[in-house]
Design a protein. Structure first.
Length: 710
């Protein structure tokens, strides 16, 4: 006879069961006496189903034990005990059922599946009717608008917002804000979608030749060497992409030393190292995809193709982004080729060209505009007026005209936000495979990287007590403290609840200009000399100083030190993303006693190693201050009074698209933005006048704090 005391043996005070003490013995002695469903639910109160009839399990106890109970008619005491246990068991089941029913009744009615299904079906019926309104006959349109009015629906939604499941609130909010208009429901992230829509809506056609200038690391770099050295033979890599392909990843993993030998430039000359030759890939294939599946310029090329563009009317001006700007001309004649291609476009089409620069590509375009009219060896010698004659528009897409803060830690310690946010295990693996010291040594040989160091010093980026960006947060500290050194002893005292006098940090906080001086201090002599020859990071104080700066190439990448070309017909479009947190300042520490490591690294133990500001995820909003200064009209910075149109794109990524979809304004993914592609096609098609300027950030207020000298 089964003793049901074992059923309660493993029960805890809360009424749950120990599976080992209860279910195990029950199954071993009586087989499947209790159904698995009953065992599961009685052992897990939270999953108990109050609608389930558990009498079946109880009756199985009765039937199964009937024979045993009557096998010993003389044992009346056992029968009585069994009846008592049966009643106790039934009582227990009833209590559990009552308990769960009460819990169920407390559950909010709006969380029930029936309600959610009904509400979803109702909304599913309303939305198609609403967006089908354009197909309703005009005579019935007013009646339909009265029947389904989203503005009226907003009032009901505000009252019912607490009763609507969270998954639907964002959808309804999008409807209220107009983000789900009939046109927005078209999937403009699909191939050729933007171009086809513009042809249909505006009859846009090919007009201006287009030159696309990619950003840093966007262009594939391939090997053209056949010798190498004793450690690394170049011939197996001939015409293989060692940057911008899966072959790059394979070589990096399987033969890291050989890969580094190819990618590093000669420290002294800044050009090719002995025995190794790499060149930028050419053609549209050089930048359309970074590697299979990860597009960069492909969306733009496809949409231009719908207007009839082909290699005779558009080019990708790819370049070896590792080189310092003038070294591009010295080694590859890059700017000379670009000048002649634009002249060829003009001769063959009788139309001015549109230059589209993305990220560092915008700096390359600005540099070219100064180079082409300058006189001297390795300069363009095009003379005054060349830009006005040959260039219709300069489209600055997420440009780095005033630099990016992340270039500073890259040159100091080979770090940035992307490496800092890795977990400890991933960081350990990265450090073992490709250490910070190796990354710094590689980056320091690339003369193109220092071009992106921030420009303008305290004028743009603030000082130790103030920055124009400080208004966006409530911290007592300022963004002007670009590199900070925390008092680590003080932090330990706070963590350990110790009131002990702490020591001052070994290094003082640094402003942006201090940080650039710090880069020079920790850099090798050859890098210091290259930076001095190629770039400047301050700002001109007078108009005469700006005019004098036009004679030397070291100033041409800094729009605070040289003006735009005197080209009244040149039109400039600045299009960039906002509302995506972007790194702006860093906390550093000094590494002591380890000669194999770098002297300074980002302090991972800090509560906040990186401080973020407004931007597109890579380029902070502050960098675009130059566009806004140009837009103020004719000045020392814009002597020709070139028209400037500024459009800010709010970052609104699609949650279900890994690249953000057609409304992403992230630094790279913006090239797939439907709105950006629309603007590029309008400009190329001669309808740039239809683009309406738009600001959605606080930069107008910030600019009031910048005291430009002119």
């Amino acid at each position: 006879m089964l003793n049901r005391r074992k059923l309660f043996k493993g029960r805890s005070r809360e009424g749950s069961y120990d599976h080992d003490d209860t279910m195990g013995p029950l199954r071993s002695r009586q087989g499947s006496v209790m159904s698995e469903e009953t065992q599961y639910h009685t052992a897990n109160d939270d999953e108990f189903d109050p609608t389930h009839d558990y009498s079946y399990s109880s009756s199985r106890f009765n039937r199964h034990n009937h024979h045993q109970e009557h096998a010993d008619d003389g044992d009346e005491q056992d029968a009585e005990d069994d009846e008592n246990e049966e009643r106790a068991y039934e009582s227990f089941i009833e209590r559990q059922r009552s308990k769960i029913i009460k819990q169920t009744e407390k559950k909010r009615w709006r969380d029930s599946r029936r309600f959610i299904f009904t509400l979803g079906a109702l909304i599913g019926l309303i939305i198609p009717f609403y967006f089908g309104a354009s197909h309703v006959h005009n005579n019935n349109k007013d009646l339909f608008d009265n029947l389904v009015n989203i503005e009226s629906f907003k009032d009901y939604f505000d009252e019912w917002v607490d009763a609507v499941p969270q998954g639907l609130t964002s959808f309804i909010t999008d409807v209220q804000n107009g983000f789900l208009s009939p046109s927005s429901l078209e999937d403009l992230s699909q191939n050729f979608a933007v171009g086809k829509k513009l042809i249909s809506d505006m009859d846009i056609k090919l007009k201006h030749p287009v030159v696309m200038v990619p950003g840093v690391i966007s262009t594939g770099v391939e090997s053209w060497g056949v010798t190498g050295d004793e450690q690394c033979d170049s011939s197996p890599h001939f015409r293989k992409r060692l940057w911008g392909s899966f072959y790059m990843l394979r070589t990096m993993v399987l033969d890291k030393i050989c890969w580094l030998k190819h990618l590093m430039l000669d420290p002294e000359t800044g050009l090719d190292p002995e025995h190794f030759t790499l060149r930028a890939a050419q053609g549209f294939e050089s930048t359309d995809y970074f590697m299979a599946g990860y597009w960069i310029w492909n969306k733009v090329i496809q949409n231009l193709g719908t207007l009839g563009y082909d290699p005779n009317t558009m080019i990708t001006a790819s370049y070896d982004w590792r080189l310092a700007y003038l070294d591009l001309e010295r080694r590859d004649r890059y700017f000379t080729k670009l000048k002649r291609q634009i002249e060829l476009f003009y001769d063959s089409t009788n139309e001015k060209a549109v230059l589209v620069g993305h990220s560092m590509g915008s700096q390359i375009v600005f540099y070219f505009l100064k180079w082409v009219e300058a006189e001297g060896p390795h300069y363009g010698n095009g003379g005054p007026g060349w830009v006005d004659k040959h260039i219709a528009s300069f489209v600055n897409v997420a440009g780095t005209l005033l630099g990016v803060p992340k270039a500073v830690p890259a040159l100091i310690s080979g770090e940035m936000k992307d490496t800092i946010q890795l977990n400890a295990l991933a960081m350990y693996g990265l450090e073992k495979f490709f250490s910070r010291k190796e990354r710094v040594q590689l980056l320091q040989t690339w003369g193109g990287i220092p071009s992106m160091l921030p420009k303008g010093g305290a004028l743009i980026w603030g000082n130790k007590t103030y920055s124009m960006e400080d208004s966006q947060h409530n911290n007592t500290d300022t963004y002007g403290n670009f590199i900070r050194f925390e008092d680590r002893q003080k932090r330990r005292n706070i963590d350990n609840n110790v009131t002990e006098k702490s020591h001052s940090p070994l290094h003082q906080n640094m402003t942006m200009l201090d940080a650039i001086d710090f880069v020079m201090k920790v850099s090798p002599k050859w890098l210091q000399e290259r930076i001095k020859d190629q770039y400047t990071y301050d700002y001109a104080k007078t108009e005469e100083e700006m005019k004098g700066n036009e004679k030397h190439h070291s100033h041409w990448s800094n729009p605070l030190e040289v003006p735009l070309p005197n080209a009244a017909d040149l039109k400039i479009y600045c299009i960039y993303g906002v509302h995506n947190p972007t790194e702006r300042a860093y906390v550093y520490k000094e590494e002591k006693g380890n000669k194999s490591s770098l002297p300074y690294t980002i302090d991972y133990e800090s509560e906040q190693p990186v401080f973020f500001t407004e931007g597109d995820g890579t380029v902070p909003l502050t960098t675009h201050a130059m566009c806004h200064k140009w837009a103020q009209g004719k000045s020392a910075y814009n002597p020709g009074g070139s028209e400037v149109v500024i459009v800010e794109l709010k970052h609104q990524p699609d949650r279900f698209d890994i690249r953000g979809g057609a409304r992403s304004a992230e630094h790279v993914d913006i090239l797939g933005s439907a709105e950006l592609n629309e603007y590029i096609l309008k400009i190329a098609g001669g309808k740039g006048d239809s683009i309406v300027p738009r600001l959605v950030s606080n930069i107008t207020e910030w600019l009031k704090e910048i005291e430009f000298p002119m």
